[in-house]
Ligand binder design. Structure first.
Ligand SMILES: [Cu+2]
Length: 148
């Protein structure tokens, strides 16, 4: 077999198998749903007012109070500070309702924020009809800087 044929076989046969096996966990997790912040990007510098866009894969949005499989509404958790943590809310009670835990029970997929200048950490958490956090349906923490 020539080197060319060997190389061609590698590309046509081996590579697709390796890629499929490597990427399978990502497809599997996507099928289970994923919550993420579309914008701003992690590490972004913004000035108020700015828009936060909520991302959701596989699952759907339903307003608070509407109980339908594989749906929920977004909650934006906000903590101030350069290295602030944004802990996940307790699983056995409704998500708190205050300035650090904002509910989008109308089914909103974005919001306009007015924050004082400073560093903030944000995290999205999908909640069910009764505002309980849905297991594993939350975003990573993203960090932003708000300037004047
Ligand atoms: Cu809620």
């Amino acid at each position: 077999m020539t080197l060319f044929l060997l190389a061609r076989r590698l590309v046509l046969v081996v590579l697709p198998v390796v890629l499929t096996v490597t990427l399978m966990p990502f497809y599997a997790s996507a099928a289970e749903g994923r919550v993420y912040v579309i914008s701003p990007e992690d590490g972004a510098t913004v000035s108020s007012p700015f828009v936060v866009r909520f991302g959701l894969r596989e699952w759907g949005i339903a307003p608070a109070g509407v109980d339908h499989p594989k749906t929920g509404h977004h909650h934006l958790l906000i903590q101030r500070g350069r290295n602030a943590d944004v802990p996940l809310p307790p699983a056995d009670e409704p998500i708190a309702y205050d300035d650090n835990h904002r509910h989008f029970g109308g089914g909103q997929t974005e919001t306009t924020m007015n924050l004082q200048p400073g560093f903030y950490a944000l995290r999205l958490v999908l909640g069910d009809a009764n505002h309980y956090p849905i297991e594993s349906m939350h975003s990573h923490i993203i960090r932003i800087r708000v300037t004047e």
